[in-house]
Every structure is written in structure tokens, then in C-alpha cells.
Design a protein around this ligand. Sequence first.
Ligand code: NOJ
Length: 552
Amino acid sequence: MPLQHNAHEQWWRDAVVYQVYPRSFADSNGDGMGDLPGITERLPYLAELGVDAIWLSPFYTSPQNDAGYDVADYTDVDPRFGTLADADALIARAHELQIKVIADIVPNHSSSEHPHFQQALAAGPGSREREMYVFADGKGEHGELPPNNWTSIFHGPAWTRVTEADGTPGQWYLHIFDTTQPDWNWENPKVHELFAEVLRFWLDRGVDGFRVDVAHGMVKPEGLPDAAVNADGLVDIPEGEAPIYFDNDGVLDIYREWRPILDSYDGDRMMVLEAWIPEHRIPLYIGEDVAHQAFNFGFLQAVWDSETIRAAIEKPLAEARAVGAPTTWVLSNHDLIRHATRYGFPPDYRFGEGLSRDERPDAELGQRRARAMSLVMLALPGSAYLYQGEELGLPEVSDIPDELREDPAHKRSGVPGRDGCRVPLPWKRDAAAFGFSETGKSWLPQPPEFGCLAVDTQEQDHKSTLQMYRGALRARRRYGLGRSDKPIEFLDAPEGVLAFERGPVVVAVNTTDVPIDLAACLDPDRAKVLVQSAPVEAGKLSANSAVWLHRD
Ligand code: NOJ
């Protein structure tokens, strides 16, 4: 039975949003690549899990050089994923199940196969077509040097030189990401018009909101000046700032344009920004006339230590309060090492690097801490964003053969990249491709250990991570834990333990390696365990675990 939906206004304020990565969720046609009908078939699973909304990573027409974040047509569905009719059916079914749908919009860049880019290439320097993208003449006597020294997020230069129609070496175009992802020129009003139409297209089809990709990226500094570079020759990121091509104030005007479009539709349509910017800048992006929310990426970078975790909770809450918006919480997504693996790294792990084949994080410890951290997150005021498979405790997969990896960052520079968190989901322990696809095909190989983590197996085990998430989402809804109008009260607790109160619910997390007596935080005889990441026995909270208790 699906759980009752959160019917109150501004549903996004405390929603649990589940990120569906279409390539890897469920494959309905047996080609080894997930698709929209596959998602629609499995929506009852998400209703049962108890999520309020799904965010769909891009399923638009795309050559898939960056797994769909290279869009060739923003208003059509890639045949690999289905058709527009399949998108309509997905949205309709989700709504029947009281699940909102958030689409991903990619406004910083398109695919180089986008008709506008192809037209820009054909039309040549000085044309109106070239004005749609960031083209510039090169430096040097013959324009043979890039217009500036910017480097791409995916390594290598951020500029590529084109060959003009007459066969001569020509201008350069900017691509902050892959060479096949040219940056749009947001100084051109036509780009603004194009994206306003894209928003309307999907809003008319019933989507409830947008996740905005590289939401801090669209506007570049005037004159495209050189950047300071670090010792590795990459664009420097000064302390407390974003790299030169990100977080320029002009970006905020785009949200001021988009907000009235969203507000002109009924049903609290929203946008959530993917903005990797210093925390103190986030409040500028959210509010009544800009975006509704931005991902708070500070929380997931907090090391496993009760004081650090507390600071990673209090800071964004205070900042969000100042602008009257709720904060968001997230531990995993399709760009990061899965948190079940991340928490098994030694404390000196450098956040942001991929998992290499020879690294051996402590899998069991990672799993324990990840379960505990998920319980902390799900009790916090604001909305929580889950990444598919985290409810199964899936680990990062490190041993994908290089030739099967698709991440452009890997292809450009040989780093492990992000494929390890994108491996297709296991649904059935004893089926081909663990039930992901009936033919047994899977675009990335699934490791044997996915069998024990399959949905059907975890459904039979009341202690499984899946059952823990289901229990937590039920209790979260029942006690309104996500609501920002309920203050969070921190309780006195022994060293290494973080304890806080959310109405009648007390949450305690033990970050130490020894069990801790719960009596130090509350009277265990007058409290009932609601959800636990590891068994609470004899009034003791196990090492590296968390619990939700209901006060009698
Ligand atoms: C952020 C997306 O999450 C990531 O997957 C993508 O590679 C870049 N933006 C570029 O679109």
C-alpha cells in the first residue's frame, strides 16, 4: 500500500526526493540500458519506500558522451530511454501514486550535436548562429593559442579549436566540461528564450520541478580573463571562492527570470540547484524571487566525528533560516563515491576523488556508518535527497574494466571516474542481471555481491538497509521530522555521541568504536526504539550506529 502523501503546500520543503538515474534503474526492453517504461513499472516500489518525489537524471536526446548531461534536444526523449509518450505515462503514473516528478535541466552547455551548435559551426565567425555559444578568436599570431588558460572540469583545456567551412583552423569554443559539451552564451537573449520555452514544455507536460545542472555556471566573467592556476596547472579554486568561471552574480538573474515562469503554474512547481559553491554564497541563490532550494553539499563532506557532523547540520540550518528557505540534505548522487563506501575510508581520504581499483576501504565499517548517517539525515528539518540504490546499501564498484567505463572524466584523463556509483540496480537475487534486465544485459557489469543486496532479498530481512529506510521514511512522515517549523534541539551527550530531539523523537548517533550507554542522553526505560541502524541492546547504542527513539 502506498503511504499517504504529504498534502501540505510547498511540498518540496520537507520532501524526500529519490534520484532515479534512468540508465541504471530498470531496463524494460532488454538492451542493457534502463529506460522510462522500466521506471514506470517500478514506481510502486518507490511508493512503498515512501518517497514524495523522484528526480530523473536526463533522458533527453543525447549522444550520451556524458551520460545524458550532453543534450541534443531538450524537448524530446532519447530512443534509448523511450518516447515522449513514455515520459507522459511515467509522469501520470507517478502522480497517481502521489509522487511528484522533478526533471533535470542542463542550461550551462548542450551537446555538440545540438542543432544550434551544428548551425554555429556551419555559419562561421561573426554570425548570429555563433552568438548562441561562447566562441572566441585564439591568441597568438595565427590564433593558434586558446583565448584564455581555463581548464575543463574533466581535465585538459576548456577550449577546442574548430575547423572552419573552408578547411582552415578557425575560432575556439568554450567547454567547461567535455569537448562535446559546448557552453551556451547566456549573454545572448535568444538563449534565455530557448530555455524559457524548455521550462514551459516540461511544466505543460506536468513536471513538478527542475533540478538545475551546474546551476552556478552559465554566466562567465566579462572579457573571459585568464585564471590563476594551481601547481597542477588547473584553474585555481581560491579559499572560500568558486573557480573563475562559476558563481558569477549574473547567474542569479537567470533564476529571477525563471521563478515567475514556475510561479505562473499551479501546484508549487520548484527548482533545486546543483551549485558547488562556497556555503556562504548559497543563500543568495534561494528565496522568494530566485530558486526554491539548492543542494547542501557540506553535510556529505563532514568526516565521521560527532562535532563535525553537528557543525555540518547547524551551519546550513542557520543560513537557510536567514533567507526563510528550508535546507536540503544529501549523502550520495551519481557523481560521488557511494556513501556506503565513502564512510569506510581512513580519515585522511580526500573528498572528490574517484575510487581506484587498488583502494580497499573498510566495507563493513563503511556500511555501518552509512546506515547511521542516513538515519541522521532523514531526521533533519528540510528535504532529503536519496540516490537510487542507497536504500539497498549499495557500495561503489571499483573493478569495472577500463574499456567499459563511460565517464568522460575517465576517458579524458584516466582517473577512475564516476561509473562505480552508476552500476545498474539489483532487483532479484536469482535472476539474470539481478532482475535489472530480462536478457541479462547490463551496460556496466554488476558485481556478484549485488545478489545479496537485491531488493527481493532485503524485503525478506527485517534488519536490511531497505527495511531500515522504509521504517525511517514512515516514522519521518508520521512525526513530521522534516518540517522546518519544528526546531532541532541538541541534547547533552557523551563525547563522540550526537543526540538531538525532533518533537517526541530523539535521535542519537554514536561515532565512536565502543558501545555507549543511552542513559547518558535519556531514560531508555521511557523510550521506544522506532528505527535503528544496528541493534540497541541492554540500553547501549552500538559503535558507529544511530537510533531513533520515541519518548513515552
Ligand atoms: C553535473 C552532473 O551531475 C554531472 O553528472 C555532469 O557530468 C556535469 N554536471 C556536467 O553536466
